[in-house]
Design a binder for this molecule. Structure first.
Ligand code: CTP
Ligand code: ZN
Length: 152
């Protein structure tokens, strides 16, 4: 007999549900969105089964709705993330994330000689490829690719 589908993390009344986050990057998403610094109720589940991702995480933030610009910052570490906007317990909108054109202060430049690696300068990149992410450093012009991408 087929069991009824159950939610592994309780439903929320109002807010944002970020689904399909790779479990391995859950804490990076939390960090990028600054969720450790807000007072909203947040619940998350991790290492949940997902056909696409193997193990996924889901984050539910009550009472918070993100600007596209802010939420798109997670695309580097959660490219398949699906956002569900919840109002009065209903999903009123679904969105996907998109890698932005510029990345400020999330990734490290892979060039050890880059000024951003030895002075307190915020990193800044132009996204030259969105599919297989490639970031061109504003300061040294070296390319940081998906393979050597380091998030801080
Ligand atoms: N959700 C929630 N609180 C609600 C309504 C929905 O936390 N009041 C969550 C669900 O748990 C789910 C996500 O929001 O993780 C999307 O909800 P829904 O569209 O109903 O689920 P699915 O059809 O499974 O979504 P999809 O297949 O698009 O991932
Ligand atoms: Zn650089």
């Amino acid at each position: 007999m087929k069991e009824a589908k159950q939610m592994s993390v309780s439903a929320i009344q109002d807010g944002t549900v970020i689904d399909h986050v790779p479990a391995s990057n859950l804490f990076k998403v939390i960090q990028i969105l600054g969720l450790d610094r807000i007072e909203n109720q947040i619940t998350f589940g991790t290492n949940l089964e997902s056909e696409k991702l193997g193990r996924k995480a889901i984050i539910k933030i009550s009472g918070l709705f993100f600007e596209d610009e802010d939420i798109n910052r997670i695309a580097l570490v959660a490219p398949d993330a699906k956002l569900n906007i919840i109002k009065d317990y209903e999903v009123v909108e679904k969105k996907v994330v998109e890698v932005p054109d510029t990345i400020v202060g999330i990734a490290r430049c892979m060039n050890p000689k880059c000024i951003t690696n030895f002075e307190t300068v915020t990193t800044r990149f132009r996204v030259v490829s969105k599919k297989n992410v490639a970031l061109k450093c504003h300061y040294c012009e070296k390319i940081t690719t998906q393979e050597n991408l380091e998030i801080f």
